[in-house]
Write a protein that binds this ligand. Structure first.
Ligand code: BJW
Ligand code: ZN
Length: 245
C-alpha cells in the first residue's frame, strides 16, 4: 500500500489528534452500514431514519426494541477488526489523542480504546423513559433486560440518540473542544451526512487542523479535506500504523 511522504510528515509532526469514526469502520466486522447499500437501510419496509426516530419511541417502543434487539443479535457475531485495533494503538502514539465515534456497537472499546466519546450512545445500554435511570445490558440477553424500570416501573428505551434527539451534552462538548484544539483530524468511515457529528470536522478545519478522510467513497466533506484516502479502513489503518512507528 502506497503512503505519501507528505501524509506521513503531517502525521508524524501532529501532537493533538482527533478521530471521528462512523459505521464504515465496522463494515469489515460485518456490521451493516446505514447508507450506500449497507443492508440496514430498511427494516420491515420502514426506512431506518423512520424507526430510529424520537417519534417512533413515543408511538411504538416495542417495535423500536425489536429493531435494536435484532441488531444486538447481529453484533453477537461481530468482532473488532484491524481498523479498531489500529486506533486502539494510536492512543499511545500521540501526545493528545481523542477518539470520537458515531457508532453504538461498542467495537472500539472491545478493541482496547479508552476514554471513547460515544456521540450516539451505546446499543447495550438503556434508560428509563420516566426517571432516566440507566441500565447496562448483557450483550447475550436477547430480548433485552430489563424491560421496565426497577425504580418507577416505567418502560425503558435504548440509550441511543435517534433522529430529532439531543446528543449527550458532556460528550458532545468534549468532542467539540478536542476538535477545536487538535492539529490533525481524521474522518473515517462516515458518510458525513448526520449533524452535529459531521460538523466536528468543520470545527477542526476552521480552527486550523489538517483533515484526512479515509473512505472508499466520496462524502460531502471530501473536497474540504487535505488528504483523501480511497481505501477501506481495515486495510489502510494497519499499514499506516506500521509506518508511524
Ligand atoms: C467505509 C467502509 C470501510 C463503507 N472503510 N469506510 C443540519 C442540517 C440538516 C439536518 C440537521 C442538521 N443538524 C441536525 C439535523 C437533523 C439530524 C440530521 O443530521 N439529519 C441529516 C441526516 C439531514 N440530526 C439529528 O437529528 C441529531 N440530533 C440533533 O441534531 O439534535 C438537535 C435537534 C433536535 C431537535 C430538533 C432540532 C435539532 C441526532 C442524530 C442522531 C443520529 N442517529 C443515528 C441512529 C442511531 C441509532 C441507530 O443506530 O439506529 O446514528 S442515524 C445513523 O447515521 C447513526 C449513525 O451514527 C449516523 C451516521 O452514519 P454513518 O456512521 O456516517 O454511516 P453511513 O452508513 O451513513 O456511512 C458509512 C460510510 O462508511 C460510507 O461513507 C461508506 O462509503 C463508508 N465505508 N465501508 C471505510 N471498509
Ligand atoms: Zn424509572
Amino acid at each position: 500500500m502506497e503512503i505519501s511522504s507528505e501524509l506521513l510528515k503531517v502525521i508524524k509532526s501532529a501532537k493533538k489528534v482527533c478521530v471521528l469514526t462512523g459505521a464504515g469502520i465496522s463494515a469489515e466486522s460485518g456490521v451493516p452500514t446505514f447508507r450506500g447499500g449497507g443492508n440496514s437501510a430498511v427494516w420491515k419496509g420502514m426506512p431506518f431514519d423512520q424507526i430510529s426516530s424520537a417519534r417512533m419511541v413515543r408511538e411504538n417502543l416495542a417495535e423500536v426494541w425489536e429493531w435494536f434487539d435484532y441488531r444486538r443479535g447481529v453484533l453477537q457475531n461481530c468482532q473488532p477488526n484491524a481498523a479498531h485495533f489500529a486506533l486502539a494503538k494510536w492512543q499511545k502514539k500521540f501526545e493528545d489523542f481523542t477518539l470520537v465515534t458515531q457508532n453504538i456497537d461498542g467495537l472500539h472499546t472491545r478493541a482496547g480504546s479508552e476514554d471513547l466519546l460515544e456521540l450516539h450512545g451505546n446499543i447495550n445500554r438503556s434508560y428509563c423513559t420516566n426517571c432516566e435511570k440507566r441500565f447496562q445490558m448483557n450483550a447475550e440477553d436477547i430480548p433485552h433486560k430489563p424491560d421496565s424500570c426497577d425504580e418507577c416501573g416505567a418502560k425503558v428505551r435504548p440509550d441511543v440518540v435517534l433522529f430529532g434527539e439531543i446528543l449527550p451534552l458532556e460528550v458532545f462538548r468534549k468532542a467539540e473542544q478536542k476538535s477545536r484544539e487538535c492539529d490533525l483530524f481524521f474522518i473515517i468511515g462516515t458518510s458525513a451526512l448526520v449533524y452535529p457529528a459531521a460538523g466536528l470536522a468543520e470545527i477542526a478545519k476552521y480552527s486550523g487542523a489538517k483533515l484526512i478522510e479515509i473512505n472508499p467513497e466520496d462524502t460531502p466533506l471530501t473536497d474540504f479535506c487535505d488528504f483523501q484516502i480511497r481505501e477501506k479502513a481495515g486495510e489502510f489503518l494497519p499499514s499506516l500504523t506500521v509506518f508511524m512507528l
